[in-house]
Write a protein that binds this ligand. Structure first.
Ligand SMILES: [Zn+2]
Length: 295
């Protein structure tokens, strides 16, 4: 039976890019081993004003120092997951809307991305246990993504003396959105050797997989080698899931429960008052696990 560690999600009522001590307190209250730390690109008018950067720009060191509040308990003891830019459409409140591309194929962009991740961890004063990344559009190949993850891991190790886990999240409309594509990534990562496979896997957003695959959802999930599935985002359109949903929760969770490696679950709901019941749902479906960091 698999061991599950829970992640306290980035709920809407929390201060964005701050409130990390509060997040850690809430995590412990709910038996979560990790908190989520948002690491998006410049995402709204407030951030444009605060930093002088354009909407969707990759924040530089000066911007990161303005945007993030360091917190002391966090610095001493928190375990965290850095959730990097998913390439969401953003609006600046003046009628401008933009979408940050993820350009894993572009060496200059990749360097800025890696630098941002290093700077966020450095400004917060504590390295992340795990970093979540997203696929980007179809200009990106699995080799572009793998090359980028390798440079991220090497740079992170160089800066902080530890190798975090990196997990790629499937996203609707991006180049890795369903089981077949995740399987190809798993095969290509495996071809690079066991060292990379130990640090790089997939965090599966089950709702997004269902949006893309509908009644093929379980079959698509079943295509991915279990060992590559290291984490799950569990929610129903960012609310609490239930067994009556069209998502085949029972079959999926039953299979997760048979994994012989540890996994993380982020009950990715938007409202603070849904976190407890969503973790309760997951515990009932997959199992309780131990609230201790696995990575
Ligand atoms: Zn997600």
């Amino acid at each position: 039976m698999t061991t599950v560690s829970y992640v306290y999600p980035n709920v809407a009522s929390l201060k964005q890019r701050g409130g990390f001590d509060e997040r850690w307190r809430l995590a412990r209250e709910h038996g979560c081993a990790y908190i989520e730390v948002p690491a998006d690109f410049i995402k709204n008018r407030t951030e444009v004003r605060a930093t002088g950067l354009d909407l969707c720009a990759v924040p530089d060191r000066a911007a990161i120092e303005k945007l993030y509040d360091g917190d002391s308990v966090f610095r001493d003891e928190a375990h965290s997951i850095l959730h990097t830019e998913p390439s969401l459409r953003r609006t600046d409140g003046y009628g401008i809307s933009a979408q940050a591309p993820l350009k894993w194929y572009d060496a200059g962009w990749r360097e800025r991305f890696v630098q941002m991740v290093l700077d966020v961890s450095d400004v917060l004063g504590r390295p992340a246990d795990l970093i979540e990344v997203h696929p980007g559009d179809r200009r990106n190949t699995t080799q572009d993504i793998i090359g980028s993850v390798v440079s991220l891991l090497d740079a992170y190790e160089g800066a902080f003396g530890m190798r975090p886990a990196v997990m790629l999240e499937n996203r609707t409309g991006q180049c890795i959105q369903e089981g077949r594509e995740i399987r190809k990534l798993a095969d290509d990562v495996a071809a690079r050797g066991d060292d990379l496979l130990a640090s790089f896997g997939c965090v599966l957003d089950v709702q997004q997989l269902h949006t893309v695959t509908k009644e093929r959802c379980f079959a698509s999930f079943d295509l991915v080698p279990p060992a590559f599935l290291r984490g799950f985002h569990i929610h129903r359109k960012h609310g609490t899931p239930s067994v009556g949903d069209p998502i085949p929760w029972e079959r999926i969770c039953a299979k997760i429960g048979t994994f012989d490696h540890p996994v993380i679950i982020n009950p990715e709901v938007h409202h603070k008052n849904k976190v407890g019941e969503t973790i309760g749902f997951c515990r009932g479906m997959v199992g309780g696990g131990k609230p201790s960091p696995q990575w």
